[in-house]
Design a protein around this ligand. Structure first.
Ligand code: ZN
Length: 92
């Protein structure tokens, strides 16, 4: 099964065997943003997506995308009000 994905960063279409959210070129950027968000949340655990986007220069839309991917699950308590309350979404 080959998926056609759309990179959330550059909006380029690309194909891969697993469903993913960023192309190879943008993956590094992706990890970088993710690390920054994690670091920020450690420092300011009660931040919401808008504060994160402000502080890191990442769009709130992208911050929310990380949430949708379930990658910030461990911080779920702080993001519950946003509305992604998927239990145990480890499905990557
Ligand atoms: Zn890309």
């Amino acid at each position: 099964m080959i998926y056609t994905n759309v990179c959330k960063h550059c909006l380029k279409q690309y194909r891969s065997r697993i469903k993913s959210f960023s192309c190879d070129q943008c993956k590094n950027k992706d990890e970088d943003y993710f690390d920054k968000i994690v670091a920020y949340l450690k420092k300011y655990p009660n931040s919401n997506a808008l504060q994160i986007s402000d502080a890191l220069g990442i769009s709130a839309y992208q911050v929310l995308n990380y949430l949708k991917e379930g990658r910030l699950n461990y911080a779920r308590g702080h993001f519950e009000q946003i509305g992604e309350a998927e239990e145990g979404s480890t499905g990557l």
